[in-house]
Design a protein around this ligand. Structure first.
Ligand code: SF4
Length: 269
């Protein structure tokens, strides 16, 4: 990241503009990012991280297209919205804020659906296992998560935020949802376990990056919070979400973890 080039007054506050350059395995990403100069909560950096993730993913899409592959994902195809979606702590707080500002009737509808989803997960004997993941005091390994993910997927339960096969929180959807694109035929996604589905390889996982950044900032383990319990988790951890940091310090923290992620991606190539 280059030093701040400009400071100016935006609608809300003084803002600092940073020129960011990231080398990814499929090309260089350069962009300008505005961050408030004052103290901000972690949720304020979530859209910035997601934007960088989407711009990096766009490079991957372009690379795949040039290699003759096509992305099969289309509006109205929500086969993957039956999987368990993990969120970082900052994303759980951001989702709570997003749902909290919805009109009362929309919010009530979503909360009802979340309550039904919780009942179903409890009936399947999975709620406590998901809660253990969300509250784990140590990072949870992929080997530990795999059987939980599989059990959840066998329920074939639509995401509580899915309406008529469309995401009802599209602009606030988790990073994990944004990053899942496939190049195999769409019909294979009807069974993501049995069929040979080919996901697009993305070089940055923004939920992991935000989770690691949050872990460093708060001296806590990087958390994965299952989407169906994200609002409850965020309410339980309300106190933590009130902490603030200088905007540039938060951006530094996120960029630092992005660079580490990208270095690993280069090593794997
Ligand atoms: S949040 Fe939206 S995109 Fe993600 S699983 Fe739910 S409905 Fe699908």
């Amino acid at each position: 990241m280059m030093p701040a080039k400009q400071q100016y007054k935006a609608k809300c506050c003084m803002v600092e503009r940073f020129e960011v350059a990231l080398n990814t395995p499929v090309g260089r990403l350069t962009t300008a990012i505005d961050v408030p100069t004052g103290f901000i909560p972690i949720t304020a950096i979530v859209p910035v991280a997601r934007r960088l993730g989407e711009e990096a993913a766009q490079l991957e899409v372009q690379h795949a297209t040039e290699a003759g592959q096509a992305i099969s994902c289309r509006i109205g195809c929500a086969a993957c919205c039956r999987m368990l979606v993990p969120l970082s702590a900052p994303e759980a707080f951001a989702l709570r804020d997003y749902v909290g500002q919805l009109p009362t009737d929309r919010r009530a509808l979503l909360l009802n659906r979340l309550s039904d989803t919780k009942d179903r997960i409890k009936q399947a004997g999975l709620w406590d296992r998901l809660n253990d993941v969300a509250e784990a005091s140590m990072p949870v390994s992929d080997d530990e998560l795999d059987p939980i993910n599989r059990s959840y997927y066998t329920l074939r339960m639509p995401c509580p935020y899915l309406e008529n096969e469309l995401c009802s929180i599209y602009e606030a959807r988790p990073s994990a949802c944004r990053e899942l694109l496939v190049t195999s035929p769409a019909e294979l996604c009807q069974d993501l376990v049995q069929n040979p589905v080919t996901p697009l390889q993305v070089s940055m996982r923004i939920s992991s990056i935000l989770g690691l950044a949050w872990g460093t900032l708060t001296d806590s383990p990087p958390r994965l919070i299952p989407l169906p319990m994200a609002l409850e988790w965020a309410e339980r951890h309300e106190e933590e979400s009130r902490r603030t940091w200088p905007g540039s310090a938060l951006l530094d923290q996120v960029l630092d973890h992005m660079w580490r992620f990208l270095s690993q991606a280069f090593q794997k190539k």
